[in-house]
Design a protein around this ligand. Sequence first.
Ligand code: KMT
Ligand code: NI
Length: 172
Amino acid sequence: MKAYYYDNLPGDQRAPHDSGRTIPPADLSAIGVLYYHIPSLDDVNALASSRGYKNRDEITVSPEKMGDIYETKVKSFFDEHLHEDEEIRYIRDGAGYFDVRSKGDEWIRVRLEKDDLLILPAGIYHRFTTDESNYIQAMRLFKEEPKWTPLNRSGELDSNPYRKDYVTQFLN
Ligand code: KMT
Ligand code: NI
């Protein structure tokens, strides 16, 4: 794992875009983003059940697996959005970037590789992209039925109860 401010320069979203300003894990936990390196699936299972997770799936994001829709998928994961559920992402192979909004509404880029696990709280604005290797295999864990629906950023979401809870808990 490596976390840093995104440089906001034009260019492929899959490039590192490393501004050189790194972020310590404590700054991530301050916005509700929790990071763990967990090589054992048993330990992931224990973490998931301790937090009340009941569902999971595995996804491979790559041109080999997705074919023609790969580029479209990668672009849509990169639209800024939130979910109404806490979600765990556990990287089984490959690598990718989760970008999350800082307290000051800047992008923080979190690079995840094999055995890295990230917990994103409900209501946080984020986006995802593969890196230049165009390959990631991830386990997605959900507390309840998979709630995929990405809600794209908009002023209307200011009154969404999950967004309001997130703002109250982490951005004040
Ligand atoms: C998300 O929430 O944007 C995703 O789950 C992206 C795909 S997981 C590698
Ligand atoms: Ni998402």
